[in-house]
Design a protein around this ligand. Structure first.
Ligand SMILES: [Mn+2]
Length: 330
């Protein structure tokens, strides 16, 4: 693999690769979100304006809170027969996070990765990774500002809205610690391009069906707190999803609802995938929980990570609590 050290290097590789390969697919991680999927759409628009057709390949339904970006008209569902010579992977750098579309890697001639997660088990390809960027969308704007500004309307407005969505998503609407000067600078640029921040914030937050809120209530009703509320655990079951007509896709971002819980340092959401298998979302205000996720084969960011544990809920909670308690002592 080759680590690209600057935006100029990334641009050089990008232009070289897109001109060399006859077919291009854009991929993001499993449980596509408002950063990964939105940046795929942005890059698809940029590529199109440069005369290159590309497919955004996903293997899952798009999340409800992105419906305003009309994802169904933009994605190509994965199938095992498909093949592309160039893959551009966004908001992820590891094959194990890509789900079934990872099968495209071996068939491809070249892979370019643009990401901002802590490096762990990277793909073989060109990698541009900037953990100091709050979203992958921020990197894309940095790299392709010129191309974005010269897009025709209404494509430019769509791209600006999608980029703002990456900020809403990855800063948890400007509440996470990664909300910095660069986030506001990009917000300003996007506002100048014509987005309505208030409208987008509402669309992104309020597009849930009533059943979602009932599910949320059920999940929040499982809250357990430890160490005087410094650690909060909660969970959801497959049954809760089924009785509300929802899918695993609807479990993303649930930790957001608890992020301002008074005195809370660490939140862990245990979502049941199947019997005795839980996917965990770990969120922290200050301590590094990426190491905890990594010790269970997962990863992510210093303050926001995830992993899967194949145990009963009780056992999974016990295992995690053992790892978390020493972190709060220091
Ligand atoms: Mn991201």
């Amino acid at each position: 693999m080759t680590f690209l050290k600057s935006i100029d290097e990334l641009r050089g590789v990008f232009y070289n690769e897109i001109n060399k390969h006859p077919s291009i697919a854009l991929l993001t991680h499993k449980n596509p979100d408002g950063d990964g999927l939105s940046t795929c759409f942005v890059l698809q628009e940029i590529l199109l304006s440069l005369g290159h057709k590309s497919d955004v390949v996903t293997d899952e339904p798009s999340p409800n809170n992105l419906l305003f970006l009309e994802p169904d008209s933009r994605v190509t569902p994965f199938n095992e027969e498909m093949t592309y010579s160039l893959l551009i992977v966004l908001d992820s750098h590891s094959a194990k996070r890509l789900g079934r579309p990872a099968m495209l890697i071996d068939k491809a001639d070249s892979v370019v990765v643009i990401d901002h997660h802590q490096i762990d088990d990277p793909l073989d390809g060109y990698i541009y990774n900037d953990p100091d960027s709050a979203s992958t969308g921020l990197i894309i704007y940095q790299a392709f500002e010129k191309e974005i500004k010269t897009l025709p309307e209404p494509n430019r407005l769509f791209v600006a809205e999608a980029l703002y969505t990456t900020l809403l998503n990855d800063t948890n609407r400007f509440q996470n610690n990664n909300t910095d000067e660069k986030v506001f600078a990009l917000s300003k640029e996007l506002t100048k391009l014509g987005i309505s921040p208030a409208e987008l914030s509402k669309k992104y937050l309020l597009s849930y069906p009533a059943e979602y809120y009932r599910f949320l209530g059920q999940a929040l009703a499982t809250i357990k707190s430890f160490q005087e509320g410094k650690i909060i655990f909660f969970n959801s079951s497959v049954k809760m999803l089924e009785e509300n007509g929802l899918t695993q896709n609807d479990t993303s971002k649930l930790t957001n609802w608890l992020e301002n819980a008074k005195g809370c340092e660490i939140i862990v959401y245990f979502r049941e995938l199947e019997e005795n298998a839980y996917r965990l979302s770990l969120r922290s205000k200050s301590v590094n929980i990426n190491e905890v996720a990594k010790s269970f084969g997962g990863g992510g960011h210093i303050l926001a990570s995830g992993c899967v544990i194949e145990e009963s809920l009780n056992k999974a909670e016990e295992l995690i609590l053992q790892k978390l308690l020493p972190l709060l002592d220091t």
